[in-house]
Design a protein. Structure first.
Length: 318
């Protein structure tokens, strides 16, 4: 397990070996072009580079300026970093003259340094400004959005992105509180939820689902994932693989449905006179679904919800 030390924080890369092994960087494939769509603190990127030949190439993406700063310290001519979402990989790679790649890795969600740094506003356990932006150089903070969003939108986001059954009373409580004072810190929002939600699964903070929902909405995570999966598929060369690690059911459902939609095709009526060679063919092959081992979860409890799905591109390029 890769452990990256950031000043004041540690980050353990989840499913490190499994995600990289799944890309099968063997033989001639080790001289290919690969994408790390979420650099984070570089655990997957460093392992990928260790598997690449001298003429291989790795391009990483990340929205977080702190991740970009870490990536810029890496001294390897085979490596480059792009400060943008992986959803923009098609245009970013085309600008570099790259139209096909040999493998793509996406590690979704947020990194430990983002959660543990109170100033980023992701954590309900540590008080800090209610920000939640992965890219702090652009966009609206969580506090700014909560200050103006209609109650119906607050409810919808908390219900749909947090899968929170108490979305209505939470949204109502937020609107009532902001009429009295600005909701500008993580502790304020967590307290509002805790005062509203009186029952919750054992060992889970009442604010968990609300914080997840607001974070996903502010960072357009599901929109980026939908666009990113489509862009990634379009970039894959025949025989290239995609490894995707998700951390909650909304992400995993999207990844699973996307892969299945490419791996299964509707077949015409068998009674029709169609040659086998002319039948619709699947576009991807499902390779594996992997969850962290008990050993990894014990060493890093944040890995417990992770799911790695792997699929391989078939046929001719799009």
């Amino acid at each position: 397990m890769d452990v990256t030390t950031v000043p004041g924080f540690q980050h353990r890369t989840v499913l490190l070996d499994e995600a990289v092994d799944a890309l099968d960087l063997t033989g001639a494939r080790a001289s290919g072009i690969y994408i790390d769509g979420t650099f984070g603190r570089g655990g997957h990127s460093r392992l990928l580079l260790s598997r690449l030949n001298p003429d291989g190439r790795l391009i990483a993406f990340d929205k977080d300026p702190q991740a970009i700063a870490t990536a810029e310290q890496m001294d390897d001519p085979r490596f480059s970093i792009v400060h943008d979402s992986f959803a923009m990989m098609h245009d970013a790679l085309a600008a570099r003259g790259i139209h096909r790649v040999d493998g793509i890795l996406l590690d979704l969600g947020i990194s430990s340094p983002q959660v543990d740094d109170a100033s980023r506003g992701f954590s309900f356990r540590n008080d800090g400004p209610l920000d939640m932006r992965m890219d702090t150089t652009r966009g609206m903070s969580a506090a700014e959005w909560i200050a103006t969003a209609p109650q119906t939108l607050l409810e919808k986001v908390i219900r749909d992105y947090g899968e929170e059954r108490y979305a209505f009373p939470i949204a109502k409580a937020i609107v009532a509180r902001r009429a009295v004072e600005p909701i500008s810190t993580t502790r304020q929002l967590a307290a509002i939820v805790a005062d509203t939600v009186k029952s919750r699964e054992k060992g889970k903070d009442p604010a968990t689902r609300t914080f997840q929902a607001v974070r996903i909405f502010i960072n357009k995570e599901l929109e980026d994932l939908e666009a990113g999966l489509t862009a990634a598929y379009g970039m894959l060369a025949p025989g290239a693989r995609m490894s995707v690690i998700s951390f909650h059911s909304l992400e995993d459902r999207m990844v699973k449905q996307f892969f299945v939609s490419k791996a299964k095709v509707e077949q015409p009526d068998r009674r029709l006179p169609i040659r086998a060679v002319d039948l619709p063919q699947p576009l991807m092959k499902l390779i594996d679904k992997i969850k962290p081992s008990d050993e990894e979860v014990n060493a890093n409890p944040r890995a417990r919800s992770a799911v790695l799905r792997v699929a391989e591109r078939l046929g001719a390029p799009a």
